[in-house]
Design a binder for this molecule. Sequence first.
Ligand SMILES: Cc1cc2nc3c(=O)[nH]c(=O)nc-3n(C[C@H](O)[C@H](O)[C@H](O)COP(=O)(O)OP(=O)(O)OC[C@H]3O[C@@H](n4cnc5c(N)ncnc54)[C@H](O)[C@@H]3O)c2cc1C
Ligand code: FES
Length: 259
Amino acid sequence: MKQELMEITAQRLLAPRIYEMTLKGALVEQMEVPGQFLHLRVPQNDLLLRRPISINDINHEEGTCRIIYRVEGDGTRVFSEMKVGDKLDVMGPLGNGFQLSELHAGDTAFIVGGGIGIPPLYELSKQLIAKGVTPVHFLGFASKEVMYYEEEFLALGDTYIATDDGSYGTHGHVGHLLAQMMEQPNAVFSCGANGMLRAVESRYLGKIANVQLSLEARMACGMGACYACVCHLQEDESGQKSVKICDEGPIFPAGKVVL
Ligand SMILES: Cc1cc2nc3c(=O)[nH]c(=O)nc-3n(C[C@H](O)[C@H](O)[C@H](O)COP(=O)(O)OP(=O)(O)OC[C@H]3O[C@@H](n4cnc5c(N)ncnc54)[C@H](O)[C@@H]3O)c2cc1C
Ligand code: FES
């Protein structure tokens, strides 16, 4: 993990309130594993806490990485107003990413994402393909209006889309898409709201050994020191044991933590 003032080399609006930002800097050399995140300082003095945002794409040839973020509050609004050439104070890469070591050429992986949990799954899919693994993508959005990256995922493999309001693709959530699949994959990777992660967990836990879920929590330090981001373990009758999402996660095997 390092810290650097990275340069913004591109910023574009993908959908209402959803932006894709490209950052250039030496920090990209440290980025290898999909599913890790960056901790971004908001260049505004009254906003002290950094904002955690997942790495969406790593490009070692160009020395750039991309993030996709949705404007939620003051911090992300400030990011959205920054221009090409501006510098952003970045700490990272942080956290443990997705584990790909148990997958082999010829395997199939289901990639299940919802809303603003979709960005890290793009780099994951690219790296799976580089290993000879076939990804199948299942992406859920609230509506067609806030959908993004359909073309980018289609370029990597089969992509099925669901919208909560039925304005595009299958009507309903991604669980409906998964219910239609007869094929059993070798691994399942998922990132999105806890409700979606619970649906993925209950569908595959005990049936497929390699199910990896990416969690979110409110964070402060982002590196394991402040305990702001703890969640509880499923197999803990005392209810006392916890793990920190920022440095032990954000990726956990299904069945490990209480969602
Ligand atoms: C590991 C991880 C990866 C993430 N990846 C992405 C991503 O790729 N794209 C994206 O749009 N969002 C992502 N998020 C959520 C993102 O961090 C929050 O939307 C963002 O911090 C909100 O900041 P704000 O100042 O705009 O909103 P505010 O609500 O004003 O934020 C106030 C405070 O709460 C914290 N906070 C608010 N919501 C969250 C949240 N969901 N998770 C953690 N801290 C939060 C902020 O860091 C800040 O300290 C991720 C969160 C985590 C934990
Ligand atoms: S955010 Fe401080 S320990 Fe995780």
